[in-house]
Each structure stands twice: as structure tokens, then as C-alpha cells.
Design a protein around this ligand. Sequence first.
Ligand SMILES: Cc1cc2nc3c(=O)[nH]c(=O)nc-3n(C[C@H](O)[C@H](O)[C@H](O)COP(=O)(O)OP(=O)(O)OC[C@H]3O[C@@H](n4cnc5c(N)ncnc54)[C@H](O)[C@@H]3O)c2cc1C
Length: 274
Amino acid sequence: MHIIVCVKQVPDTTDVRINPETGTLVREGVPSILNPYDAHACEEAVRLKERYGGTVTAISMGPPQAAEALRDCIALGADRAVLISDRAFAGADTWATSYALSRAIRRAEREWGPAQVILCGKQAIDGDTAQVGPGIARRLQLPQITYAYRILEVDKAAGRVVAERRLEKGIETVEAPLPCLLTCVEQINEPRYASLPNLIRAIRYQCIVWGAADVEADPNQCGLKGSPTAVARVFAPPEREPGDIIEGADVAEKVSGLLDRIQTRIREAATAPG
Ligand SMILES: Cc1cc2nc3c(=O)[nH]c(=O)nc-3n(C[C@H](O)[C@H](O)[C@H](O)COP(=O)(O)OP(=O)(O)OC[C@H]3O[C@@H](n4cnc5c(N)ncnc54)[C@H](O)[C@@H]3O)c2cc1C
């Protein structure tokens, strides 16, 4: 079975800041990581390989440094990693990103056989749109199972996958024909610690790099040219004043303190000029 997993390198969100003048993300000096949901997707891909046999191809679109995220996939047990990187892809919105990735998936299938399962994370922690997985499925005319919580069975002979989806208030079991794209939630598994041989392989691994021409992508559908989304403005919400904490020995004392505070505020408002 050929399993493909799409992974994105993202800035570590605990460090993300927005330049108030330009309205863009400050990326300088911000560490990049494998999108956490994609680590779960990659782990699931490797588990499927261990269960049913086959190979795992990890694919990422990004600048050359995104190869680091792909090496993390090799460390987890992916067999090969492909970086699609080209100036033509720069400035892609989710529409153009899913187009480029769908072209790369088709090329990967020509190289290593048709994929039965394509896995994505639920969402990327920087863009947060959760659109790319469904976008790829649409481009490839595949069924999709979003918010996959558990993959119960992949039956290649019967051509079906059965999975549980996580809903807001429950779990839904669904079946879809193969090939199928699934987007994974974090509860699907616990990514493993890389084994020493896989770690060494990851350090030495040279990613396969494809440009737009290698995946037979139409340049007009790639990058900024192929992106209908226009970002009107990006801004950080103003920081909120910290709230008051009313101390007291017990609830009665705290409530009494709160009433005092409210009365004081009302008096101040009533006597304020204007
Ligand atoms: C007008 C415009 C211009 C932009 N220009 C740039 C730019 O120049 N550089 C830039 O980095 N971003 C740019 N972006 C952001 C870019 O569109 C998104 O980062 C990208 O489309 C992925 O969307 P997302 O982060 O919401 O991913 P989601 O849809 O939330 O991701 C869901 C899943 O899809 C897969 N996935 C998502 N992105 C990738 C990827 N790149 N490779 C492999 N798998 C992936 C992963 O499995 C991920 O878990 C731009 C956005 C807009 C609107």
C-alpha cells in the first residue's frame, strides 16, 4: 500500500509576533517546527504501513528549510520525503497550495505507485484554515474523511476505509471508498520517539526536490498568480488589561470586596467630569 502524508513546516506559535507596521508575521529568529497535527498524520501513516505493509511518502511545499520538517517525518519512519519548492509557488493561498500539492501527489503516484490513503493534519497551526486537505481531495476527485480520530480498517481488496470522526459532541463511524484523503486530529495517536537508526537516517537524508515543471503544474495556477485570496489586513488584537483579583478569606468576604469595588466605580463614574 502506498500512503502519502502532506506536512507543513510552521513557525513555533508560542513565538509568533506580528510587525505592527507591515502587518506581516515576524519570522526572523522564530524557530520552525513540523506542524503538530502533521506529526500525528505521519505517525498514523507509519502505523498503517506497519499494519498493512507498503511505503510512506511525505510531501511538503515550502522554502528549502522546510526539508527539516520532512526529516522529522523520516525520523518517524517515512520511507521517502519530497519537498516541492519553486519561486513559482511563492505567495500561494490555500487554493494554489492544494493545487501544487495535488500535482506533487500525482507525480509521487507515477514514481511509487497509486496511493490508497492520503493523510493530512486537521489544520496548520499558523494558517489555521483547515482548507488544504479538503482542497487536495477536491482537486484529485477523492472522497475525504475530515477530523479522523481512529482509522479502524483499510481494506485494499474491498476498496474501503472505515474511520471514526471526532465531532463536537461525539464520535461518528464512516466508511469511504479507496483511495481516500483523511485529515487527522491530535487524539488519533501519540507520535513515537524516533528510533536511533531512523534518527541517523533522518540526519543524513537528502530530500527529493521537485519544482513546478517537475510536477507538471500550470504556472498560472501556482503561487500568487493562482491565488484568488486577498488579505485585506493582518493585525494583533490589542492586549487586554489584566483583571482585578479580589482577595478574601472566604466567599462572603470576596463578594463583599466585589460590591465595594463596584460601588467605588459607580461613584467615580458619577463624579467624573463631562
Ligand atoms: C494571498 C496569500 C499569500 C500567501 N503567501 C504565502 C507565502 O508566500 N508563504 C507562505 O508560507 N504562506 C503564504 N500564505 C499562507 C498559505 O496560503 C497557507 O499557509 C497555506 O495555503 C496553507 O494553509 P493553512 O496554513 O491554513 O493550512 P491548513 O489548511 O490549515 O492545513 C491543513 C493540512 O494541509 C496540509 N498542508 C498545508 N499546507 C501545506 C504545505 N505547504 N505543504 C504540505 N502540506 C500542507 C497539512 O497536512 C496541514 O495539516 C499566503 C496566504 C494568502 C491568502
